[in-house]
Unconditional design. Structure first.
Lengths: 207, 173
């Protein structure tokens, strides 16, 4: 089998790199002024808004809650724990054992009617901003468990941001879902539709 | 395993010791012996089979409920007894009606029956008289109904297939 590799980005020439080093030295010594100083600043400083910077930070540190419901949890563990599907590439590998420290909850499996109030309580305990991924057919729509014991879709009782189809989804699908959530955080983090679920300001305080 | 003749001998001994009207019937099928008894005397029969019989069954392997709809009486409770010394199994079953689904509890004879009787109560609504903790075990405590009964609606939500498309509201119209 022939292995094809995409060529890496062209490396800066040694001379250009040396010139950059020298200009940095000059700046530190206070020797740069006028046009040279302006060029230096334009090259190295990036302007953005606070919201964009904040969303950029949030999308790249989306810590999941250590929480599994059923067989999908095995696939979720594969995504988090194995070097083959390493979600630390997306900053989401820091599994938190407390809902207070988690940003994201992955509903990995069927949600039984006995478990639903517990999940909602865990969700309410998470601090804003928080996101929910419904992983697999069961937590999205009850899947094949269309019966007396299982809630037909976790979106009956909490706002779900990303649905991932599959039974169970492949690890790649879950990673794609996490990427979609990242896009959502970057583009539209307002999530005004949470009001419908009365899911704002529900964190229990210790007082 | 007791064969058909062995089952009759067991039934005879139960009749002679516990009472003549206790045994409702015997059934031997698929190499399994099943003794059907009257619901009011379950505790006495199981106590006899556990302790006093010449071939005792000291272990309750399983206790479960059945709904025989449309047959009457509808509900059944099955006790699977096991002799671990002789490696023999004996099924004991009893039938109760939906109107009066009361069976004496055997928790004091077999501690394993505690959770299993709670499950049968939860799923079929059979009441176990004398159970130390008669609560639901699987469904939420405020749940209404007994979901494994055959006349219980299957629940969930209607799913749109091509065969029932014309009956369900068409969300895309």
């Amino acid at each position: 089998m022939e292995v094809t590799r995409t060529p890496a980005a062209p490396i800066e020439s040694p001379e250009a790199f040396r010139a950059k080093q020298l200009s940095a030295q000059q700046l530190l010594r206070g020797d740069l002024d006028g046009r040279a100083l302006e060029e230096y600043v334009e090259e190295r400083v990036m302007l953005t808004t606070l919201e964009k910077a904040q969303n950029w930070a949030r999308r790249n540190a989306c810590w999941p809650l250590g929480f599994g419901l059923a067989c999908c949890a095995i696939e979720m563990i594969t995504v988090i724990g194995s070097p083959r599907n390493d979600i630390s590439r997306f900053g989401a590998e820091v599994v938190r054992a407390s809902p207070r420290q988690a940003d994201m909850i992955i509903l990995s499996g069927r949600v039984s009617i006995k478990m639903a109030p517990i999940i909602r309580r865990i969700y309410d305990q998470m601090l804003e901003p928080k996101w929910v991924i419904a992983m697999g057919a069961c937590s999205s729509s009850a899947g094949m468990f269309n019966n007396y014991a299982v809630v037909a879709g976790a979106d009956k009782f909490l706002p779900v941001d990303v649905y991932i189809p599959g039974c169970p989804p492949r690890p790649e699908a879950l990673m794609y879902g996490i990427n979609k959530l990242q896009d959502k955080i970057t583009q539209d983090p307002s999530l005004g539709w949470r009001e419908r679920y009365q899911a704002e300001g529900t964190e229990e305080s210790s007082a | 395993m007791p064969d058909a003749a062995g089952l009759e001998l067991i039934a005879q001994r139960v009749r002679a010791t516990v009472g003549d009207d206790v045994v409702v019937g015997t059934a031997y099928a698929h190499e399994q012996a099943m003794l059907e008894i009257a619901p009011a005397r379950v505790r006495e029969v199981l106590a006899y089979l556990r302790d006093e019989d010449e071939q005792p069954y000291e272990f309750l392997a399983s206790l479960h409920g059945v709904d025989y709809l449309p047959e009457q009486p509808r509900l059944g409770v099955h006790y699977q007894l096991l002799s671990r010394k002789r490696v023999e199994r004996l099924g004991v079953k009893t039938r109760v009606t939906v109107e009066e689904p009361v069976v004496p509890s055997v928790v004091d004879l077999f501690p394993t029956a505690n959770h299993q009787e709670r499950e049968v109560y939860d799923m079929f609504g059979v009441l176990f008289d004398g159970h130390p903790d008669p609560r639901r075990i699987l469904m939420p405590e405020d749940y209404v109904g007994h979901p494994q009964r055959r006349d219980f609606p299957i629940g969930g939500e209607p799913v749109l297939f091509t065969h029932n498309e014309h009956k369900l509201p068409r969300w895309y119209d």
